[in-house]
Design a protein around this ligand. Structure first.
Ligand code: MG
Length: 243
């Protein structure tokens, strides 16, 4: 008798539960309400909560290797690589970010393959989204513009002509390491080049290595670094949002 009562009760509860989840409100999430962020007035202008890293006036948010003031040329609202001075890194370090930057490869085309308009955006100083002039310039697919260098080719070649301004919008989820130094979640990156999806939530295998395989050594937040690869590359309008 007792078991019959319990079975009836069990069935009743199941029916009650079923009735509950057929209501649309059950799966509605109201809180926390997404924060209001005012978009910038122009395409790619920094939104209200962005950290502006380069607004065209000074390179003060960057250094060479964390110490030395930037020797790259800042003029007429743009910043240009001064060959041989080395990469520049942000003073601030970041984890998950949305990053916008605009770059221009030289209008006077010199070199070929990897030697033409080479730079790169290194996320956390380790993971390179390649910058290269691949307008009618073939190189290895996983080393061309918008590749995750030596790992994943871009979905398409979205390069503009040399000398034209191009944009990157990068969404980066940093890898996670446990206290033993093991990577427990890989990093992921999404990239839009000139508004075109070129990396779609791409898994980052590890560090960008010119020779050898990607490495995964535990680390925390890191700077954004822009590469001096010996070409007079220019940059403007660089901003970041922490996620
Ligand atoms: Mg590069």
């Amino acid at each position: 008798m007792k078991s019959i009562i319990l079975s009836c009760l069990f069935l009743f509860l199941n029916f009650a539960l079923l009735a509950q989840i057929t209501k649309p409100e059950v799966t509605e999430v109201w809180d926390p309400e997404p924060r209001l962020v005012t978009p910038g007035a122009k395409y790619a202008a920094p939104p209200s909560d962005a950290i502006v890293l380069f607004d065209g006036t000074s390179a003060d948010n960057f250094t060479h290797d964390g110490q030395k003031p930037v020797d790259w040329i800042v003029k007429d609202g743009i910043m240009t690589v001064k060959e041989g001075t080395g990469q520049i890194v942000t003073k601030e370090e970041f984890g998950d970010i949305q990053l916008h930057l605009e770059f221009r490869t030289p209008s006077v085309v010199e070199g070929e393959g990897q030697g033409r308009g080479n730079s790169g955006v290194f996320l956390q100083g380790r993971y390179e989204v390649q910058i290269l002039d691949n307008f009618e310039n073939r190189t290895y697919a996983n080393g061309q513009c918008a590749s995750i260098y030596k790992q994943t080719p871009p979905l398409v070649n979205a390069c503009r002509k040399p000398g034209e301004w191009q944009s990157y919008d990068i969404i980066f989820n940093a890898p996670v390491f446990n206290t033993d130094g093991m990577r427990i979640r890989p990093g992921f990156v999404t990239v839009l080049q000139n508004g075109i999806l070129v990396q779609n939530h791409t898994l980052i295998q590890g560090t960008s290595e010119y020779i050898g395989m990607p490495k995964n050594i535990a680390h925390g937040d890191g700077p954004i670094f822009l590469q001096d690869h010996g070409n007079p590359m220019s940059f403007r309008n660089i901003w970041v949002r922490k996620l």
